[in-house]
Design a binder for this molecule. Structure first.
Ligand SMILES: NC(=O)c1ccc[n+]([C@@H]2O[C@H](COP(=O)([O-])OP(=O)(O)OC[C@H]3O[C@@H](n4cnc5c(N)ncnc54)[C@H](O)[C@@H]3O)[C@@H](O)[C@H]2O)c1
Length: 346
């Protein structure tokens, strides 16, 4: 019999796709989706769903006991951009919900936890390029502070109580099935919608603001691979660096114009954390959509992005659980535009 899984925050950008992937793998009944709201996606209705406030410890315990939950994927958080508007709410939600889940594991009610951290744990004093697994971490956003504190709690519960908790520092995630939920890297999703719908896009990050990014399919695969890896392989118990592709708005727009051999070089550097900016993502899209234009009007999110790494060194993830990304910028642009055309009926 499959071990039952609970997903907290299942209607969000990552939760939607993780729920579908795990149900495909283990069957609908083995994966309980939960969120504070309902999703309008028909595909998510095909299995058990609970309205659950993850900051309500009693309600969380009741659902875990009712379904005899083995593994919890904790995907509830207030993200970076929204968190800067509501710092106390972000801190309360991000910390309380994690501590409730860690406590349930300590008591033996559940057996395993996946909880994502973020590149937001790094700050202005962190080395920007190929940011190492262990380095200076002085985050300057409330979101980053909550993620860094969360990492320390995860490692503490592992060391002190043997709680089996696993974590990835996700880079910015790019997907088409569900909308992003108020982060600083949301521009790299919006740009594809606007390219198809209006042929132009105004980026809220500046031209050369490079950030590490990843296509959702890679992130979901990484999440499941890490959570299912044998425990002795999981040597990092705070959170793994994970590199996909790293780019700025200009880079994503430009990449399809680059000669194929150049794209391959970028591709092979991705594991070591190559960097792309808004101009590059715009150029990548322009290779598919003639006349696509982008301008940049940076807002408060530019300051958040400026405090984060431009590229990530994920050699620990590669060494420990054989992590390899599959999507480079070109493959991602083709997948995003192809899938969105169908979704938007274009
Ligand atoms: N998307 C990214 O690019 C990215 C990058 C780094 C880390 N992460 C992390 O991954 C996780 C998921 O991110 P996401 O992008 O899917 O976020 P999201 O905002 O899209 O989804 C979060 C979900 O949590 C739900 N939620 C909010 N408050 C709740 C509560 N009290 N109880 C239950 N559910 C509640 C929301 O309704 C939403 O469906 C978060 O921990 C986030 O910090 C995401």
């Amino acid at each position: 019999m499959n071990k039952t899984i609970l997903i907290l925050g299942a209607c969000g950008q990552i939760g939607t796709e993780l729920t579908l992937a795990l149900r495909q793998k283990y069957g609908n009944e083995s994966v309980v989706a939960s969120d504070i709201r309902r999703s309008d996606l028909a595909e998510l209705q095909d299995g058990p769903f609970e309205i659950l406030d993850a900051s309500d410890a009693g309600a969380l315990r009741a659902v875990c006991e009712q379904y005899k939950i083995h593994t919890v994927y904790h995907l509830v958080a207030m993200l970076s951009a929204t968190g800067e508007k509501f710092p106390m709410k972000a801190w309360d939600l991000n910390m309380q919900s994690l501590l409730h889940v860690l406590e349930l594991a300590r008591e033996g009610v559940i057996q395993k936890i996946f909880w994502p951290s973020s590149i937001a744990v790094f700050g202005p004093t962190t080395p920007k390029d190929h940011t190492p697994q262990q380095t200076i971490m002085e985050p300057s956003t409330v979101y980053g502070i909550s993620k860094l504190a969360g990492e320390r709690w995860c490692e503490y519960y592992f060391n002190k109580y043997g709680v089996d908790v696993r974590s990835i520092r996700y880079p910015g995630l790019i997907s088409w099935k569900s909308q992003p939920g108020g982060g600083t890297t949301d521009y790299a999703v919006e740009i594809y919608y606007k390219a198809l719908e209006e042929g132009r896009y105004t980026s809220f990050l500046s031209e050369q603001r490079a950030l590490p990014m990843m296509y959702m399919d890679d992130a979901i695969r990484a999440t499941i691979e890490l959570t299912e890896a044998p425990a002795e392989q999981v040597k990092v118990r705070n959170s793994y660096n994970l590199a996909g592709i790293s780019f700025d708005p200009v880079t994503i727009a430009a990449s399809t114009e680059a000669p194929a051999e150049q794209v391959k070089v970028r591709n092979s550097y991705n594991l070591a954390g190559i960097s792309f900016d808004p101009v590059t993502i715009a150029a990548s899209i322009a290779g598919h959509i003639e006349g696509f234009e982008m301008d940049c009007v940076p807002d408060f999110r530019e300051n958040i992005a400026a405090s984060w790494p431009a590229s990530i060194d994920d050699s620990a993830a590669q060494a420990d659980w054989n992590w390899t990304p599959k999507y480079d910028l070109e493959a991602m642009t083709a997948a995003m535009l192809g899938n969105l055309k169908v979704k938007l009926g274009l």
